[in-house]
Design a protein around this ligand. Structure first.
Ligand code: ADP
Ligand code: 5GP
Length: 185
């Protein structure tokens, strides 16, 4: 039996289904701890501060960066996103697994600073299906969808940098595979 990976990063193009898979998994396994990121993006309908993200302004985000409060951070489609460092370190110190749902730039930073981390790539069944999902979610105007699809091409080309690829054909199936990788059960 291999040692339990302590930190798992889930990445993949916008619209592939990362949030859907993670919330399905956590509904069944609330013990899986997910880091709450800080972002300068505005909340989508239904998103709650402190639950889905810490919604902060540019000044606050810049201070977090300057203070070294972020484990990693990136600019994605015009907004800043970052992982609060202390909560992750506290959780790891308690011996519990930690899950980060972050973009490719963030995954690369984690790879550098924590080489023991497990990097998991969530891939779409096809490009057409990714476009369908991102457009069908209906949460962004067309120009933001286009920007996210441009970023998606870059993210898809980086799949080989990850330890494992999961294809999001079925939410239940991928959640079960991710759970196994987290080594929680
Ligand atoms: P991400 O967090 O990667 O940006 P979301 O979780 O918001 O993506 O999912 C984008 C859209 O795709 C949502 O409308 C979601 O309901 C849908 N979706 C997610 N997983 C699947 C799947 N396996 N099959 C079909 N639709 C899916
Ligand atoms: P969204 O705006 O759709 O919630 O997220 C856009 C992208 O930012 C997604 O790829 C998501 O994984 C990523 N993201 C969310 N939080 C963080 C973070 O803390 N750091 C980094 N690097 N990316 C993040």
């Amino acid at each position: 039996m291999s040692e339990r990976p302590r930190l798992t990063v889930l990445s993949g193009p916008s619209g592939v289904g990362k949030s859907t898979v993670v919330s399905f998994l956590r509904a069944q396994h609330p013990e899986v701890w997910l880091s709450v990121s800080a972002t300068t993006r505005r909340p989508r309908p239904g998103e709650k501060d402190g639950v889905h993200y810490y919604f902060v302004d540019e000044d606050r985000f810049a201070k977090m960066v300057a203070n070294g409060d972020l484990l990693e951070w990136a600019v994605f489609a015009g907004n800043h996103y970052g992982t609060p460092r202390q909560a992750v370190l506290d959780r790891l110190a308690s011996g519990a697994p930690v899950l980060l749902e972050i973009d490719l730039q963030g995954a690369r930073q984690v790879r550098e600073s924590m080489p023991e981390a497990q990097l998991v790539f969530l891939a779409p069944p096809s490009w057409e299906e990714l476009v369908r999902r991102l457009t069908g979610r209906g949460t962004e105007p067309q120009e933001v969808v286009d920007e996210r699809l441009r970023a998606a091409r870059v993210e898809l080309a980086a799949e080989s940098e990850f330890d494992t690829t999961l294809v999001n054909t079925s939410v239940e199936g991928v959640a079960a595979e991710l759970l196994a990788l987290l080594n929680v059960v």
